[in-house]
Design a protein around this ligand. Sequence first.
Ligand SMILES: [Ca+2]
Ligand SMILES: [Ca+2]
Length: 535
Amino acid sequence: MGCGDWDSNNTSTENSNEDTSASTTSLSLALEDNNSDAPSITVNGAGIKGPLANAEVAAYLLDPSQIDLKGQRISLGLTDELARLDLSVPAEYAGQGPFLIEYSGGNELNGETPSISVLTTLLTNEQLNNGTAVYATPLTSFVIAHAYQIADRSNLPSNPIQDGLLGDNNGTVSLQEFLAALQTSSNAMKSTLGLGLLSEQMDIFTTSPLLDGSQSSDESFAIRYTNEVFAALVGEVATAVSSSALPLSGVTVVKALAQDFSDGVFDSMAWVNNDGVASPIVTFADVNIASILETNPEQLTIPGTSTAIADLSQFLMAEASLLDLNTPIEPSQTIAPEPLLTTVFEVPELPPTVLPADPVIETPVVTEPEPEAPVVIEPEPEVPVVIEPEPEAPVVIEPEPEVPVVIEPEPEVPVVIEPEPELPVVIEPEPEVPVVIEPEPTFSNVLLDWVVPTTREDGSVLPISEIASYEIYYYLDDGTTNGTSVSVAATNDADALVTSFQLNNLAEGDYFFSIATIDTQGNVSEFVEPIALSI
Ligand SMILES: [Ca+2]
Ligand SMILES: [Ca+2]
């Protein structure tokens, strides 16, 4: 499967580990289990900030114990030139969700490079089995990243950024903690980035951002409008930050914004653990994030186009025509976005007199002579002013004229896993000391170091810019063949090269570790010969 072969005679390397006695001949490769003969289940959905065409799409088991949330990769797919998704999950994984679905690369329908090159979404077991479409958008990517940031904290109903959490503050994120945090993050996002358009009930993962008739056109418009505005603002932030430092990708900005929002306020400061002390976010050191986010959406253009966001409605109608969607209905003209809020903590009550355009008609103040009441001085102690929480104004969704929702049966994509083309294994594992393992005896954490490879297997130069990520694989030599793979991006948030990764809290046992390099084309090198370590 293009992932190298544990049994092959790798050109290995004097590794520096002391334990070299263990045999590696009986190991099996569990990184990718795609078996072209196995039954599979089609995944529906799209990656949208305009629709992403010709993108790579990968499905992973969701593993919140990993920083990138990626467990085992279980499927690879793509989108075609009209952004239609071709991805299926092998049936053997049907009950092992939720799954992380990641779109990367590709282009927008007009050929532009997407402003945010990686979009993620989540797919539950039920959604997979029901064929429910899920969408990867800038806002789902943001919410997923944000949920990870806050998930380990405890429930605190009075704090909108902790309300409903199940965290135990133990430094790691469990699946249960992550799923609880998703709801909290989604609510917090809606109340700030939602521009007053996203109702509490709206599911940002399953509401289609296309005018495809699967939801009301106003709901699709609302989810798309908020995503276009957010993506445009991400671009504004990237431009502002890049001018004073390295060029910054949209993906990095989304992650940094999620980190910023971990305290519920976009203010260039992050939450630090549980001590309540905020620290500055390095990425945003030189910019006023709040003022950028408060840009009037009507002044923004749809990213990758010269069309004003104010004209999104007509833009979506044209897009629906291009994509040949079912009976698109133009969103109603009554949708009025509100300003973006940069904090979840105050719902500023706009006094009715803030409308500057309206001349205030001065009514003569008639002071009625109050009947002289005996002044009763109550010996009340000073009562602290209790600010009653404003009742949440119900978001009024205007009832759509019932459009008969014509759900056309999806053209049955025959459930066929295309035998994956054998990826040519072309990247040569770095011949020099690829993995150095430094055991940390006290905590059983393992730090893996590696050297960035510079050549491919054929000897040609491998530029650093063509390295996408590394795949670390490790397993316990306990007679089972189950291992764990961890995908590590080639660069970190600061765009620095990543050459190490720490695995935490490993139980006692005899472990083997290996690593492979994945380039931006998806080519995967052979794994280096596993290195043994006893903990
Ligand atoms: Ca935890
Ligand atoms: Ca903040």
